[in-house]
Design a binder for this molecule. Sequence first.
Ligand code: CAA
Length: 260
Amino acid sequence: MTQSYEYIKSSIIDNAIGLVELNRPKVLNALNIGLMKELASALKDFDNNENIKVIILTGNAKAFAAGADISEMANEDTVSIMLKDNFSTWDSIQNIKTPIIAAVSGYALGGGLELVMTCDIIVAGENALFGQPEINLGVIPGAGGTQRLTRAIGKYRSSELILTGELINAQEMYKYGLINKVVPNELYFTTALKIAKEIAKKSRIAIRLGKEAIVKSFELSLKEGLTLERKNFYMLFSSQDQKEGMKAFMEKRKPQFVGR
Ligand code: CAA
């Protein structure tokens, strides 16, 4: 199944991996309102598809995304931008239960980096450039940058990036701990796909409950987070996949998970 969109491409690999490619190459995949609506819709469709275990989100070799579309925001005022409530699409993206792997090449700036940070695993080509340059436009990040970047790399590095607008390369971001793997440029997508294929072998219900517990760790106290983890763990013991996974281990064979 391949659905057609104007600003993105969406397709399915191996009947288990959802792929979304941002597709506004002329403007370095600037995230306009239409693109964000399509992205939220495509991700939701994958989330509702019982065959899809993991999603890859990518751009093209030159840009993952160079940020929110500045031409759409330039003439806004406080009231008009609030009433449009464009960030509601971002809210729905952070509620996606399926893990998302960001496969990044080229620019991941502003909203582009914020979108990367809504993902669960980040793979980057060594040419990738990251930054929150909103300060150069007289504003600050508005789609999670001050919060997610700070939680990911710490207050001091995040302050430097957000307040100077400096761009840093993939190696440096890897050292900061934001990226899982930096690979030669030509391998950024295949590396993300390899990770996706590994995840796709697992139980869909366990994958989703695992993601939920990890994501909640940023919002809950340790005690609350441990309680949620334990409940999710216990809950999995009512799944067929838990029975199959443990039985297969005992029988020294590969499990056949059904996602139930
Ligand atoms: N919005 C709209 N258009 C953009 C864009 C953006 N964020 N980024 C690039 N483009 C457009 C350019 O206007 C240009 O279009 P034209 O050919 O029609 O002139 C085209 O993409 C190619 O860009 P450049 O000619 O600038 O390419 P370059 O290689 O010289 O520079 C760049 C690349 C350094 C990424 C530069 O394009 C740039 O600085 N872009 C803006 C980055 C930015 O400030 N991002 C933050 C946006 S605000 C935000 O994201 C808020 C939030 O938190 C949600």
